[in-house]
Design a protein around this ligand. Structure first.
Ligand code: PXP
Length: 243
């Protein structure tokens, strides 16, 4: 089976910086650490409300990223203009609502078909590979095929929020959708809500080429790095009293 790519989403890393408008934590360092430790790509979602990623982060990520850069964005004019200027390797088109905590569902492909077709064309002409973030639904996948995007990203959020038999049913939807998309020639990525406790069955779906994971990685890094951070502060405080 082909190796599964990991796209590390650093939105929530940037959210810590934006909470205080400090120069730290440093995005360039986060990109380098992520890549050194197993990320094949970096994903950033430039939201209209700018709650975490800022346009300057996209440009910096473009300069620093050694692997691929995936820009998540709504199919809005402003975002398309930024994407064309930044030149990410991939753009993942997502729905966006101001009041949402995170991307809450897949794109409504049917309602926005013409707009999506136009945006996909613009981005593709600039050499950017476009993926569409969608629910694992055969009918939606069939509509995607006609829009000109080579990739889909299956929304795993529902699977992640369910338990037991309900989660198994949703997992089966993901498997069926991935198989169907691959059969009709689409590349398949997936993501949303994944953590080390639930990623296994999704990672085992053979048609999936890449998982995009953010919140759980950043949340875990807070615990994994807390001891070192406290130790560094302890040392910085103690040093002036030791003379
Ligand atoms: N894929 C898409 C399209 C997303 O919108 C998000 C959230 O920004 C993710 C993946 C990553 O989700 P999470 O942060 O829950 O891992």
């Amino acid at each position: 089976m082909q190796a599964l790519r990991l796209g590390v989403n650093l939105d929530h890393f940037i959210a810590v910086r934006e909470a205080r408008h400090t120069p730290y934590p440093d995005l360039a360092e986060a990109i380098r650490v992520s890549e050194r430790c197993g990320a094949d790509g970096i994903t950033l979602h430039l939201r209209e409300d700018r709650r975490h990623v800022q346009p300057r982060d996209m440009y910096l990520a473009r300069r620093v990223t050694g692997g691929s850069l995936n820009m998540e964005m709504a199919p809005a004019q402003e975002m398309v203009a930024t994407a064309l200027d930044v030149g990410p390797d991939f753009c993942c088109l997502v729905p966006e609502r101001r009041e949402e905590l995170t991307t809450e569902g897949g794109l409504d492909i049917v309602a926005h078909r013409e707009r999506l077709r136009e945006v996909i064309q613009h981005l593709t002409d600039a050499g950017i590979q476009v993926s569409l973030f969608i629910e694992p639904d055969r009918k939606v996948i069939d509509v995607v095929r006609g829009l000109g995007a080579p990739l889909i990203e299956l929304h795993t959020g529902r699977y992640c929020n369910l338990e037991g038999t309900q989660a198994d049913i949703e997992l089966e939807r993901l498997r069926t959708a991935a198989r169907h998309a691959a059969d009709i020639g689409l590349g398949v990525n997936a993501g949303h809500g994944l953590h080390t406790g639930n990623v296994g069955p999704v990672a085992a779906i053979p048609e999936i080429a890449e998982l995009n994971i953010g919140h759980a990685i950043i949340a875990r890094s807070l615990i994994a790095g807390l001891c070192q951070a406290v130790g560094e502060m302890r040392a910085a405080m103690d040093a002036p009293r030791q003379s």
